[in-house]
Design a protein around this ligand. Structure first.
Ligand SMILES: Cc1cc2nc3c(=O)[nH]c(=O)nc-3n(C[C@H](O)[C@H](O)[C@H](O)COP(=O)(O)OP(=O)(O)OC[C@H]3O[C@@H](n4cnc5c(N)ncnc54)[C@H](O)[C@@H]3O)c2cc1C
Length: 480
């Protein structure tokens, strides 16, 4: 860490600056903390860590086993493992006896907060507003606004060799009605919300006569279950509407889970765009459905509800929303649906709408200042390199969780964050501080050199850009 004199002000120079403190950059902060050749800070605009607070529903769990914590898959000896958290909190025996691999979401949040207390490379209340590249110094100038110890706003500015952007994603509404839904969601006292705001609005929503949940992923299922099981104390009708032809389970068979391994991420990266697009459609069942336990719980609750008539609840698959408006006279939302198989159109009037329709990657405004140094897809999204950098020099600006096009569905997955952070640290320092396993999957996504399957034709453009390399070869060449 060095000091630069700049217009009579001292500007600190770091090896890296991380922007945004979600689980991905928090894992990086843990892994960078013990390294002498990687000194930097993570700037977070919020004043404290709270992981998706609108969805910290009681009983909701992570979709990954606890070993997919912030550090274990890269360094199980780290002091920041979930197991050490349990030990320090006196909960290890309960974990051992309970044999519950899936952490409660609130538990994961508490674990992250415990980790943060022990790190000294995180600055809360720091919103990054601008980034410029200083040609002469070969450094990035990161500036923004922070809240000082007196609660006042002041500007800050630092220099850094590398950037790690982890600003998360934004709520997504169905494309057919996205603009209208955005406007309605921002009206005062609105009863139309995105799932990310659920807990904040839960009480007033429960006063409504009729509530409609749209979307049948994990979030939609958690909200429907929460409203169904708490309906006894209220008097609402509940609709759960979705576009897919049925409410389906997130696939968790062991060979399916091998898709969420470093071997698969490396293989997927090398494929050409059209092949990737087809594969991603096929992978929807790996990350878009509902976990099996919750499906069972919902079914049981529906059966009980049916018997004891707590509330009127109905499930409607095959329904695609095509239009929406708010009727000021009846104070109701009018939702226009089209059945995806019969093509019959329907009008549905309801008092409250919850869109559990996912999230989309976000391009922060501050990226504008360094746009020319980065690589871009035709559609305006980042074009990542194999090592998760997106700059033309392939080693300066790294992005966490930048959509699915680069490394597929491994990108938003908590269990893969350790691997990505270990590769980013390798690319930033040139030293493999957290070596990855030579092989992580029984399935060979392209036959290995000694597999007894000899290549007798060239890889075509349609097949793969990296077909002649074995996975271990790719790893060494790409990061050294
Ligand atoms: C409800 C929910 C549950 C999920 N559960 C799982 C799961 O069980 N397993 C799994 O694999 N994945 C899960 N995911 C997906 C994914 O792992 C999470 O969304 C995860 O939080 C993504 O982490 P992140 O670090 O990319 O961003 P985020 O957690 O979204 O954090 C980004 C941070 O950046 C900050 N920020 C933004 N702009 C700036 C700026 N200009 N300056 C400073 N700070 C800024 C924000 O304030 C925010 O704190 C879940 C997602 C949701 C929504």
């Amino acid at each position: 860490m060095k000091m630069h004199t700049d217009n009579d002000q001292q500007t600190i120079q770091y090896d890296y600056i991380g922007i945004g403190l979600g689980p991905f950059n928090l894992g990086f902060a843990c892994m960078a903390a013990p390294l002498d050749d990687l000194k930097g800070r993570i700037f977070e605009q919020a004043n404290a860590f709270c992981w998706h607070p609108g969805m910290l529903i009681e009983g909701a769990t992570l979709q990954n086993p606890f070993l997919g914590d912030l550090v274990s898959m890269a360094d199980p000896t780290s002091p920041f493992t979930y197991l050490n958290f349990c030990k320090q909190k006196g909960r290890l025996y309960q974990l051992y006896i309970r044999e519950n691999f899936y952490l409660g979401r609130a538990d994961f949040n508490e674990y992250c907060q415990w980790v943060i207390q022990q790190l000294d490379n995180i600055d809360f209340g720091h919103k990054v507003m601008d980034i410029r590249y200083e040609e002469e110094e070969g450094l990035y100038r990161v500036s923004g606004v922070r809240t000082n110890s007196h609660g006042q706003q002041e500007t800050f500015c630092v220099l850094t060799k590398k950037l790690l952007i982890g600003v998360g994603s934004h709520p997504q509404f169905p494309s057919s009605i996205a603009d209208k839904a955005q406007i309605l969601a921002h009206q005062p006292n609105t009863s139309l919300i995105h799932s990310g705001q659920y807990l904040k609005h839960k009480k007033p929503l429960q006063e409504c006569k009729e509530i409609t949940v749209i979307g049948s992923g994990q979030s939609g299922a958690e909200i429907f279950y929460d409203l169904l099981t708490s309906s006894k104390d209220h008097d609402y009708k509940l609709n759960w509407v979705t576009r897919p032809a049925r409410y389906f389970q997130m696939e968790t068979a062991k060979f399916a889970l091998e898709i969420l391994t470093p071997d698969y991420a490396e293989y997927f990266f090398g494929l050409n765009e059209d092949v990737k697009t087809d594969i991603l459609k096929d992978h929807q069942h790996l990350y878009k459905g509902i976990n099996q336990k919750l499906i069972n719980d919902i079914y049981d609750a529906l059966d009980e509800n049916h018997r004891y008539q707590h509330c009127q609840a109905q499930l409607l698959p095959c329904m695609e929303i095509v239009d929406i408006h708010f009727d000021t006279q009846s104070q109701q939302y009018h939702l226009h649906f089209k059945h995806t198989q019969t093509h019959v159109e329907y009008l549905h009037k309801t008092d409250a709408v919850i869109f559990a329709t996912g999230y989309k990657p976000v391009l922060p405004d501050f990226i504008g200042g360094i746009r020319d140094r980065l690589q871009w897809h035709e559609d305006g999204s980042y074009l990542p390199n194999r090592n998760w950098s997106v700059d033309k020099n392939k080693r300066e600006v790294f992005i966490q969780n930048a959509g699915l096009k680069g490394h597929g569905i491994t990108n938003p997955d908590l269990g893969m964050a350790c691997y990505r952070n270990s590769r980013i640290i390798f690319a930033m320092t040139g030293i493999d501080h957290y070596p990855a396993e030579a092989s992580t999957s029984f399935q060979q996504y392209q036959p290995h050199a000694n597999s007894g399957f000899e290549e007798i034709s060239e890889a075509t453009q349609e097949q793969t850009q990296a077909a002649t390399h074995s996975p271990s070869y790719i790893k060494r060449e790409a990061y050294a």
